[in-house]
Each structure stands twice: as C-alpha cells, then as structure tokens.
Design a protein around this ligand. Structure first.
Ligand SMILES: *Cc1c(COP(=O)(O)O)cnc(C)c1O
Length: 393
C-alpha cells in the first residue's frame, strides 16, 4: 500500500488545533449583505468588507448581467495575448481619471496588484522600507523582488526616516504602507511618509485596499483624503471590498503602467477578468460619483456604532475608519466571543495570533452603509450581553 507522502501535514493541523486556531469556515447561504444567512441562520453581518453594500446594488447587478449577455462569461486569455476587451480598457481609463493619475492597470486582485508590482519594479540591490503591519501581499511582493526589507514599527515615521538616512543617497528605495490598516482600522501617517520619501529620493507606494470607496472625495482613497496628489508614485487599490466585485489596480504614471504591463507577472501570466467583472466595476465607479450619499451613510453608521461600543466600555483601539476592532486579549476568548455573538445573531469574526500580536486578539467589526440603525442597535445590545457574560465589560 502507498503511504501518503502528505501525512506530515497532520502535524501542522494538530498544531493549529493546539493553539485554538483551527476554525471551520462559515458559509453564506445567500447574498453578501448587511443581513445575511450564515450557517443557515439569519444574522446582522458585521464581518464583510462590503462597506457600501455594492455587492447587491441593482446598477452593478444589471451591468454584470448585460455584459455577460453581450460579451460572454470569460476573457479567454491573459491580457497581453488576447484577453484585453474594450471593457478592461474603459475601466483602466476610468480608474486613472478617478484617481487623477496618468494611467492605471487592472490586476486579478488587490493581492496580485501588490505582489506583482513590488516584484516588478525592484530587484535584489534595492531596499524596501515597510510598516510592520503591512498586508501579506506587500510582504510577499517584497520577498519576490529579492530586495532588502527593512521594517519600521507601526506608523513610526522617525524610525523610517532614520532607516532612509542611513542608506547611501544612490541607493534605490521604496517606502510602502497600507493606507488604512486592515486589523486596526487606523490610517497611515501618509503626509509625513511622503515627506521622508521625498527627502531621501525614495519611491512612495500606498496600498489603499480598505480606503478605496471609503476615504477621500467619492472614495478616491487616502491620497485624496490627505491632499497628496502627485506625491505618491504607486497607488494600489482594490475592487474587491467597497467596490463590491473583485480585482485590484495600480494607478500612477504612464511610465510605471507601461512597465508593469510587460513585467508584472500576475498581469502577464494570469487570465483577465471576465467581462461581467469589468462592467460591474465600471458601474461601481459611477455609483461612487452619482450616489455619494452612500458613503455618507457609511460614515454616519460608523460614528453611531463606534460611540455605542465605546459607551459599553469595549477596547476599540485606535480606529479611524469603519473597521472597529473589539480587542479582548487571548485568541481563545476572541473565538468564544465571536461564537456567542453568532449564537445571538451577530456575525463578527475573531482574529488572533499570528495575524495580530499575542494578547491583542479581537473580534473585528465592519459596519456598512446598508445597516439600519435597528441593526446596529441590535448588534450593540448583543455585544453588551455577550461582553458581560464573558466578563469583557
Ligand atoms: C484585502 C487586502 C488586499 C487584497 O485585496 P484583494 O482584492 O482582496 O486581493 C490587499 N491589501 C490590503 C491592505 C487588504 O486589506
């Protein structure tokens, strides 16, 4: 009999089990929305990145259906060979105009946009100066580039400046940060990072995954929010979160985009988005411009829910965005908290080590524009009940 050469993996799984980190995946039995069916029960959903409720917006759905009817379900090739459709070109033009850059390039996801771009523009002789809480896709891109990676403590501009100062003036370097940090909901000190990048002649790159559709005018992102147009060389955005569909993009100079088009490996070697996705994202950009009140509702709901959690005495960290972490301490307590919330009809996932530091495990909540006040009040009531039951408040 053949022995399974993969059986060593059981050890890894047992280890996860031992750390309380082995989790079943929750399953949505319907659409992704503020009220959702999760594991066969109706819940108030505080677990998605669907900030604006666009996953189910009628204009986006109509665009997807129409594009499928007209153009079929697949692009059928990678972009550089035969997979570029008019919808992709149109979307890239629209994204560049929206972000006020010369050009933009679509990627299959925000993950591949980050990983593909960093690896495409840097090489082994270069240095990357990176916030310690940057997203995994930035870390992977940095590793793939083979550049030297120098990590600075979270948001610590002084240390980042010192790292840059200690490098030779001729050294090619990249300062890179998330715009909004996904586990804490705080903002990067982007104006100061742009200053130190400029002082040292470094390339400045920001990953606006959680800021796309949320920060800046009509959701243009953190560069717009801070008034830094022209000072960030590489802007990454996602179409997978607030924009409701899937995909990533890079916005920047024509030179940057021309190079990425030939060198970014996920762009070159992985099939283009289906036409329905490109059409959906075009419609999403229209909605951001035509219906800015949706973003207003997101921020109203954020203020309401944040004040409520604060009044109940929860530790919500340093969030400045609709991402509101409820920090409880141990991973097992966070898991228990999340399970009990779900028992009471509130869906918010636990996040523990190694995604966040030991002792800072949390239940992460994200409110959306489409939650009603009743939804949020119900969620607050449940947070209070479960928080008291577990001795957290
Ligand atoms: C979600 C996320 C990504 C990945 O975006 P996808 O479009 O889901 O691949 C990249 N960076 C950050 C900071 C994220 O939160």
């Amino acid at each position: 009999m053949r022995t399974d050469p993969l059986r060593y993996l059981q050890l890894a799984l047992d280890e996860l089990e031992g750390q309380d980190s082995r989790r079943p995946m929750h399953v949505l039995c319907g659409e992704q929305s503020a009220h959702a069916c999760v594991d066969d029960r109706q819940v108030v959903n505080l677990a998605s990145n669907n900030y604006l409720g666009l996953t189910t917006h009628p204009r986006l759905k109509a665009a997807a259906i129409e594009a499928t009817a007209r153009f079929g379900v697949g692009a059928g090739a990678v972009r550089p060979i035969a997979g570029t459709m008019t919808l992709h070109v149109e979307l890239e033009r629209k994204l560049a105009a929206f972000k006020q850059t010369e050009a933009a390039l679509l990627f299959q996801s925000g993950f591949t946009a980050n990983a593909g771009t960093v690896a495409a523009i840097l090489g082994r002789d270069d240095v990357i100066v990176s916030d310690e809480l940057n997203h995994a896709s930035i870390v992977d891109g940095a590793r793939l580039s083979r550049a030297t990676i120098k990590v600075f403590p979270h948001k610590n501009v002084d240390t980042a400046r010192k790292i840059l100062k200690d490098l030779p003036a001729t050294q090619r370097k990249l300062v890179i940060t998330d715009g909004v940090f996904s586990m804490d909901g705080d903002l990067a000190p982007l104006p100061a990072l742009c200053d130190i990048a400029q002082e040292s002649g470094a390339i400045m790159m920001v990953d606006d995954a959680h800021a796309s559709g949320v920060f800046g005018r009509n959701g243009r992102g953190t560069v717009d929010h801070f008034g830094l147009h022209g000072r960030v060389d590489v802007q990454v955005g996602t179409l997978s979160k607030a924009l409701g569909a899937v995909g990533g993009y890079v916005a920047g100079s024509q030179l940057l985009i021309d190079v990425l088009r030939h060198r970014a490996r996920p762009f070159v070697f992985s099939t283009a988005h289906p036409p329905a996705i490109a059409a959906t994202c075009l419609a999403a950009l229209d909605v951001l411009v035509d219906e800015p009140e949706i973003i207003g509702r997101l921020w109203d709901n954020t203020a309401f829910f944040k004040a409520g959690l604060g009044r109940l005495g929860f530790n919500i960290g340093t969030s400045e965005s609709p991402i509101l972490p409820v920090i409880v301490g141990s991973t097992s307590l966070a898991m228990q908290f999340s399970d009990r919330l779900l028992d009471h009809g509130v869906f918010a996932v636990a996040i523990g080590f190694p995604i966040v530091p030991r002792g800072l495990a949390r239940v992460r909540t994200i409110v959306t524009a489409t939650h009603s006040r009743e939804d949020l009040q119900l969620a607050l009531d449940v947070f209070r009940t479960v928080g008291e039951e577990l001795g957290i408040v």
